[in-house]
Design a binder for this molecule. Structure first.
Ligand SMILES: C[S@@+](CC[C@H](N)C(=O)[O-])C[C@H]1O[C@@H](n2cnc3c(N)ncnc32)[C@H](O)[C@@H]1O
Length: 603
């Protein structure tokens, strides 16, 4: 066991050459440990850390594969301890149930195997096992017994282990995702990483110093960017503009006083615009107001259906003497900034929002466009995106389909949901969200910086900016053939505000008018090839890549890892954590394994 440890505690292993396989089959691990390191590993301990999820396993068609480098860095937790030193902790195997003996001086005890529910435990315990050699105290009589992550305790003879563990717990507390991300809470589709932020940060902290920089290359809801920015300088990118705007409002750089001042300047302009846009729609708005004051019953249902059918919107193809949606939209397709703004009112009224709500959205969007300061613009737009996302009447939490496909099919139950949501004032909700987000921002020192996507473009832009920096690029690409630009078109349209074409039941812009991701493919090899291209592009720059993926994804993780390694000889370590994936449209939540694979080029 004479392998050299890197500062983070990971084994730098010169014995794995570029020609060796980097994986080993699960059944060959014991043999491998003996041949490679001259140690006897314990089959039951190996099984235990595999079942727990500490040692990542990749399932191929024929066998379970494990990275040799992962075995090497977790070796001590699967070996039978030597009975030599005087101050060893518990020897007796009877006491070893639900315990991970890291070495003779440190043990993690779990209440039972299922008791660990905090995702951060999985990367933290793995890091502790890998790093323990650096944390040995020369000699110590004191025994420390402290709480580790919920469901676990740590007993150690090393004061340095206690310090290391305390810094892990402080990092976990700083991330504090309970208060984070109003968008992530309202949009299940993205932001599923909200609960995994601590896990990610702990894993990344083994590879990136505090002075390093994180690039969140496909930032989605921006929730991970926000968490990273609490630890490191963070740049965020995505193919969709609304995602990078959301990343900004998850970071630092704003405060409640600035938000109050911003709201006080936005409101008079919003009000003035509201007055102008409501004039030609006064009759319909009054009707909607009256309907929303009624009890829910069959009479209201019939009245509301009539209102929906006769309201002057593009979808209805209805005009009034004062408001001709088609003409207004045609004019604005040529010149997006014609006053008053009316995109949401014409397109989405009674589809995803109420009529009054749409007039409010257009009015706020106009007032945001009048801001000169880019940072203020991003914060206001971010709060509006979060509001629109939360208050949309959608099917399954995204905008591929409205809640109601056909006005004649509304039930009393649906009517109640619709009226509930459409009675909210967008302006009020916007102000509340802006204040909350800015208050959270005060806890974060660093502003998130935007880099326009798609990913290749972002990497090129960052080349110059990040020269001489230690950079880690976090890649959380789509797992499946999911068309993000279709699911979130309303939010992207809110940002671009370009009066796009509309197709289908969801009023989605035509494919040519929205971003088409190379991950939107039925072919597994195409998705894998793209992932390999993204990861190798990052490594070629001398940057570290942290690739997040799950066993529910389309690509075969071990094949991607193998191909990257064949192209670029690099150190690879991986982390896994059990997770529950909540899918769309009421499907049952699914138990999955999330992985984070960290590739770094050899120095
Ligand atoms: C799985 S989501 C990211 C989720 C995010 N980590 C979160 O917690 O919300 C994948 C993201 O990749 C983006 N994306 C897809 N293709 C892309 C490309 N070619 N370049 C940049 N971003 C892309 C999508 O817009 C989407 O936001």
């Amino acid at each position: 066991m004479n392998k050299e440890l890197s500062p983070s505690g990971f084994v730098a292993d010169p014995a794995f050459s570029a020609h060796d396989s980097i994986f080993i089959a699960e059944e060959d691990v014991l043999d491998f440990c003996y041949k490679m390191f001259g140690v006897t590993a314990d089959a039951s301990k190996l099984k235990y850390i595999i079942n727990l999820g500490l040692l990542p396993v990749y399932r191929s068609e024929k066998q379970n594969l494990i990275l040799k480098s992962d075995v090497a860095s977790l070796l001590d937790s699967i070996c039978i301890p030597e009975r030599t030193t005087a101050n060893n902790l518990r020897y007796d195997k009877l006491f070893e149930q639900d315990a991970i003996r890291i070495n003779s001086g440190t043990i993690i005890d779990l209440s039972h195997q299922e008791s660990v529910r905090v995702p951060t435990f999985f990367s933290a315990a793995r890091n502790l096992i890998s790093a323990h050699k650096l944390l040995k105290n020369p000699s110590n009589e004191t025994k420390y017994n402290i709480s580790y992550f919920p469901g676990s305790r740590l007993t150690t003879l090393s004061e340095r282990v206690v310090k290391y563990v305390n810094s892990q717990l402080v990092r976990e507390k700083n991330v504090d995702m309970d208060t984070t991300s109003q968008f992530a809470r309202s949009a299940y589709y993205m932001g599923s990483k909200r609960l995994l932020c601590g896990f990610l940060i702990e894993a990344i902290s083994s590879a990136l110093p505090e002075s390093g920089v994180v690039v969140d290359l496909m930032c989605g809801s921006g929730v991970d960017s926000g968490a990273f920015s609490k630890m490191w300088k963070t740049f965020s990118s995505d193919a969709q503009q609304f995602c990078t705007t959301l990343a900004v409002v998850h970071g630092g750089g704003f405060n409640r006083t600035a938000a109050q001042d911003l709201i006080s300047r936005l409101m008079p302009i919003t009000q003035q615009h509201f007055n102008a846009l409501q004039l030609p729609l006064a009759g319909a708005l009054e009707k909607e107001d009256n309907l929303f004051c009624h009890d829910i019953n069959d009479f209201l249902l019939e009245e509301y259906m009539n209102f929906l059918k006769n309201c002057p919107t593009l979808s209805n193809n209805v005009s009034t003497a004062h408001w001709k949606p088609r003409t207004e939209v045609m004019l604005r397709r040529k010149n997006h900034s014609i006053y008053p703004y009316c995109l949401f009112t014409a397109y989405f009224a009674n589809i995803y929002f109420g009529l009054r709500q749409c007039v409010e959205i257009d009015s706020l969007r106009f007032s945001i466009d009048q801001l000169q300061d880019e940072n203020e613009k991003n914060w206001a737009l971010g709060a509006l995106i979060a509001t629109v996302s939360a208050l949309g009447t959608t099917y399954g939490g995204h905008f591929a389909q409205p809640l109601v496909r056909n006005y004649n099919d509304i039930t009393l139950k649906k009517l109640s949901t619709i009226i509930d949501k459409r009675s909210f004032s967008i302006t009020h909700e916007f102000a509340v969200r802006l204040l909350n987000l800015s208050e959270q921002s005060q806890n974060s020192l660093r502003q998130v910086e935007i880099v326009p996507g798609p990913w290749e473009n972002a990497l090129r832009t960052l080349d110059e900016k990040l020269e001489n920096k230690t950079v880690l690029v976090y890649v959380d690409a789509p797992y499946k053939r999911e068309e993000y630009s279709r699911y979130y078109h309303v939010l992207e349209t809110l940002v671009s505000y370009t009066y796009p074409s509309r197709t289908g039941i969801g009023l989605t812009p035509k494919p040519g008018e929205r971003f088409r991701s190379e991950f939107f493919s039925k072919t597994e090899s195409k998705i894998s090839d793209t992932l390999i291209r993204v990861i190798t592009n990052i490594l070629q720059r001398g940057w570290i890549c942290a690739w997040s993926y799950s066993n529910s994804g389309k690509a075969r993780i071990h094949e991607v890892i193998r191909s990257v390694y064949q192209k670029i000889h690099c150190d690879i370590r991986s982390y896994s954590v059990p997770h529950v994936h909540k899918s769309q449209g009421g499907a049952k939540p699914k138990k999955i394994t999330e992985y984070l694979i960290i590739f770094s080029t050899k120095e």
